[in-house]
Design a protein around this ligand. Sequence first.
Ligand code: ADP
Ligand code: MG
Length: 359
Amino acid sequence: MELRSVRDADVAGKRVLVRVNFDTPTKNGAITDGTRLRDVIPTLELLRKREASKIILLTHVGRPGGKMVEALRVALQEQALHQLTKVPFEVLENLRFDPREEANDQIFAKELGSLGDVFVNEAFSVSHRTQASVVGITKFLPSYAGLRFEEEIQKLSEALTPPKGALAIIGGAKFETKQPLIEKLLSSYSKVLLGGALGNDVIKARGLSVGASLVSNVPVPTAIASEARLEIATDTVVSERDKHVERTALTNDIRAVEAIVDIGPNTARAWAEEITGASFVLWNGPMGIYEDGHTRGTDALAEALAGSPAKAVVGGGDTVAAISKFSFDSARVFISTGGGAMLEFLTKGTLPGIEPLKK
Ligand code: ADP
Ligand code: MG
């Protein structure tokens, strides 16, 4: 996929609008993870080196629903980024304070466009949204992909056409949202391992009892459930609701009162070995309810990934949070910050925000 790159943009003496995603996690008015701020710095440095006259950042923060919400102003992110880089920039107030942003309103897009001479998309993670600052604005300005945006596309494109013997691991929740991705992966990956609540759905579809486990209310199509290259856990960690009784259960031996909270130790070991032997690994979705401390399955896979020679792409908001305590060789393991945009890109091979940047 050939995109117009910010590296090829003529920005000298020009005002450059950069769409970023500064919707950073915060707690008690402080940013708890500044990854999204740090990710844009290389593009800002490039723009300064190329003598852009002004850099104006465009972002949304949270979901203010088209009106001003004091707690969602951009000042917090703006200050934090000024502490991370000396490159001068301004930040426009939260785009989603204006209802026209999410509506992809063309007049709003034109107004935004009039603030600059060149547009750079450095917000891959919102590029599945047809919104004024992502799609609409590209009609009015010469538009380019930012450096981090390009890296996302390059790494995720490798995951779209993996080498022979590639392994996909999908977990997390809401089968229906990830079903198209699973179907896609079954056409290009040797094996798809399914854990998390998504695994519960296939366990159930294969006629086993999942007891009180979380399942989707949309049934799994038989074509997927019967696919031999789709593997489910052979053992699980189950917990009895409201009692803190936990045990390891074979997947065909789950009682009505028990809920699956993680993949079991044998499965974790087997899947870790699969990772070690794979040519390429794509991983999205935690293996268990990690927020409640059921992290063992997810941890085992992360450890295997950190120690294996395989190239890998890992992504998903919860997945990235769950594995943040591990460190990976960045030349081998790419951690996508794309979230929903990553899932959509892997399913469809493009996004609304990518199309206008194509050469
Ligand atoms: P990502 O954001 O990485 O794509 P998802 O949003 O799909 O991941 O899923 C994350 C959620 O899945 C977490 O809230 C986690 O608790 C939940 N989950 C994982 N395993 C289970 C399970 N066995 N039962 C219920 N929920 C689960
Ligand atoms: Mg999530």
